[in-house]
Design a protein around this ligand. Structure first.
Ligand SMILES: [Zn+2]
Length: 459
């Protein structure tokens, strides 16, 4: 850390009189506490239904039938998936008759090689539009780039890398891999393509005495499905549910996700009247699935309705973020907290998808260049030197966001000076450490590291 961040830290300790180990923000402590959920464990969800948590970034399920088993979402990586298989085989070593992909994201698919047994005739099931999101990203020419790794935190220092919100912090993918479409997944593994695809709204499989329904459920991706086990009343939601506010807009940037489809798919799951729900990530919710999915659906509907209502009153996205905040009875639910997705990101995304980039503010029809804006700011406060003094003062008085905003102006006005960049990096370190939403936190800290490296190059 550079000198400013240390100064703020010392100030904090002096004023609070607390021990050094209590420096971590509430956000950091809550994320660290969340990681306890990912201690590797096999959970018995219902009779003959077992879900592995913490071995991989995703939840992986085995359903045991008369003479074979079904695997739902084999996970993200062959070696980790083999560990899961070894644990499952202590419960049942019957052959794998079917693998179900809830959707085409690498973190749900790439572990299939550990379960696939062509000699046992393993059927691999997915919807007919399987892999739609990655295909769209490729068509747009957007494969690659730094946003996926910056939001998942792959390049962070070990002590900065504490969370991706809904999974254990993943290891960095090997050099040259093209991580674009999943939590910590690699893109060029041995991938098992579906052997069976369906285009109907709902199909019923009968495998080894297990009756399993697969239902089209567009939401987190267009190719999403949920699996429904009527006998045990378990719904496997894929990534349309996990214990976090849903990732309606992924900061890494990806194909547009329809919140309206997502709400409607949640409603279909509620109509099944499930007892248990196994999400794509995080631990299953047992015994209260109908209530949980109802709250999840209603919370998304609330944010959608408030955003549209406010937009019609000429509110800008910045104003709508407050206007669409969840009511207290939903806001207090831990499984709706912004570990991974965020309400603020969702509001902005609804606005952007429905109304486009123009936020209704007439001044935004007359934007000036960033440099021109910074020149105006400097003139207002009496010159660049005064602006720089105010930036430093903001940092010293524990206003890191104010410091970052002012330092950014100085960075533009003095592009060759390392000092404003160091201040910016230190301010972003503090802001990031206090940020609860894991992708936003990781992006902020990754940006701090990048800007600090730029400053060091200028020295
Ligand atoms: Zn996932």
């Amino acid at each position: 850390m550079h000198k400013y961040a240390n100064f703020v830290l010392v100030l904090f300790l002096v004023t609070t009189g607390q021990e050094a180990h209590t420096q971590q923000s509430e956000a950091t402590l809550r994320l660290l506490e969340r990681n306890e959920m990912f201690e590797p464990v096999i959970i018995e969800v219902a009779e003959n239904v077992y879900t592995a948590i913490g071995y991989q970034v995703t939840a992986n399920t085995m359903i045991v039938g008369d003479d074979g088993a079904i695997i739902i979402d084999p996970g993200h990586q062959a070696e980790a998936a083999r560990q899961v298989r070894a644990e499952f085989s202590r419960i049942s070593d019957l052959p794998v008759k079917a693998i179900i992909y809830t959707h085409g994201h690498a973190d749900h698919v790439n572990g299939a090689v550990a379960f696939y047994e062509p000699e046992s005739g393993t059927e691999v099931w997915a919807r007919s539009n399987y892999w739609s999101e990655a295909n769209r990203t490729a068509e747009a020419g957007l494969v690659g780039g730094v946003r996926p790794s910056a939001t998942q935190g792959f390049d962070l220092l070990p002590e900065q890398k504490i969370s991706v919100g809904i999974a254990i912090p993943p290891a960095r993918p090997p050099a040259g891999s093209n991580q674009v479409d999943g939590v910590g997944a690699q893109v060029q593994p041995v991938r098992i393509d579906p052997t069976h695809m369906f285009s109907e709204e709902r199909i019923t499989l009968e495998i080894s005495g297990i009756r399993l329904e697969l239902v089209a459920a567009p939401g987190e991706t267009a190719d999403q499905l949920y699996a429904w086990l009527p006998e045990q009343r378990v719904v496997f939601a894929g990534d349309n549910f996990y214990q976090s506010w849903p990732n309606v807009y992924p900061l890494r940037g990806t194909a547009r996700r329809s919140i309206r489809d997502w709400i409607s798919s949640l409603d279909s799951m509620v109509q099944e009247n499930p007892l248990h729900v196994v999400g794509g990530h995080t631990t299953p919710m047992l015994g209260n699935a109908a209530e949980v999915l109802t709250n999840y659906r209603d919370a998304m509907q609330w944010v959608l309705d408030r955003t549209i209502e406010g937009a019609k009153k000429y509110m800008t996205p910045d104003e709508l973020v407050d206007y669409a905040a969840l009511p207290p009875h939903l806001a207090e639910l831990d499984y709706l907290a912004g570990y991974y997705g965020s309400v603020w990101g969702t509001v902005r995304d609804i606005y952007a998808q429905d109304l486009g980039w123009f936020d209704g503010d007439p001044l935004n029809l007359h934007r000036e260049s960033p440099l021109r804006q910074s020149e105006r700011m400097a003139a207002l406060v009496g010159g660049v030197e005064a602006l720089w003094a105010k930036a430093q003062n903001a940092m010293m008085t524990n206003d890191p966001l104010g410091a970052a905003q002012l330092a950014q102006h100085v960075m533009r006005l003095r592009p060759d000076s390392p000092e404003p960049r160091f201040l910016m990096a230190d301010a972003l370190d503090v802001i990031g450490e206090q940020t609860f939403n894991a992708p936003a936190r990781n992006y902020t800290l990754s940006s701090a590291n990048r800007i600090r490296a730029e400053a060091e190059d200028l020295e």
